[in-house]
Design a binder for this molecule. Sequence first.
Ligand SMILES: NC(=O)c1ccc[n+]([C@@H]2O[C@H](COP(=O)([O-])OP(=O)(O)OC[C@H]3O[C@@H](n4cnc5c(N)ncnc54)[C@H](OP(=O)(O)O)[C@@H]3O)[C@@H](O)[C@H]2O)c1
Length: 264
Amino acid sequence: MTALILVTGGTGTLGRHLVPRLLAAGRGVRVLSRHAHEAADGVEYVTGDLLKDEGIQAAVDGAGIIVHCAGGRKDDDVATRNLVRAASRAGAPHVVYISVVGADRVPVVSAADRAMFGYFGFKLAAERVVAESGLPWTILRATQFHDLSLVVMGQMAKLPVIPVPAGVRFQPVDTDEVAARLVELALGAPAGLVPDMAGPQVSSMADLLRTYLRARGKHRLLVPVWLPGHAARAVRAGANLAPGRAVGHRTWEDFLAERVPAPA
Ligand SMILES: NC(=O)c1ccc[n+]([C@@H]2O[C@H](COP(=O)([O-])OP(=O)(O)OC[C@H]3O[C@@H](n4cnc5c(N)ncnc54)[C@H](OP(=O)(O)O)[C@@H]3O)[C@@H](O)[C@H]2O)c1
């Protein structure tokens, strides 16, 4: 019998690509969500909240594999601790966790670091929770998803003059390609920390933004701003990039061509 797969964050940006791929692989899928959902398309839903530590036991019971994609801007370590505690009570499921490239290289020490890059610290702490859980585990660190870049650029483009962090580069990756890799990892043997997954191109934030603005037919003035702090310095030095692991295929331009309608 094949193990039931619990996907936390199965309703999120990544999860919406991952769940259909797991179903297509012939696996039974359960999704944990904070909101009630009717079972649909072969997916069972359990309502629960990882931060409030509610409903988790019902979600993990009977799951042989947990792909942990639920997350927010903060407290991923707390959510992950609650998840692995319940999972350990349920048995010894394989926990597959999605983290971020640079989790171990972006230092979060000062108030400025925490305000702007605290996310990296929470991801590293959550990775440690998984690795020290006693459960079989796999962790994949990915770079920023194109979908997130699209949201961020859309918000920035609302401003008539856009402050752009100077010297900051990204290597955005396609969400669906990350989902495909997670399926491979979830269906394979626990592998520990696996090689990073990054997109095909490293680009400055300003260039990503210019490409977005061009695709939307918008004109904006970009003003470089220098971000303070240890984390910002590390990011300017490329701590959030993995040029040696540019394994993603879909470029930002290709993504935009499909997702952003051509300007009239
Ligand atoms: N976005 C990126 O560029 C990027 C890059 C590298 C790694 N990652 C990591 O990939 C994962 C997925 O990211 P995403 O962009 O798909 O996120 P997202 O679109 O914001 O989705 C977040 C998901 O987490 C669930 N969730 C949030 N808080 C929860 C809680 N307290 N209890 C239970 N579920 C909760 C939400 O489910 P409900 O709303 O249904 O409860 C939702 O499905 C995250 O761990 C993120 O750190 C993201």
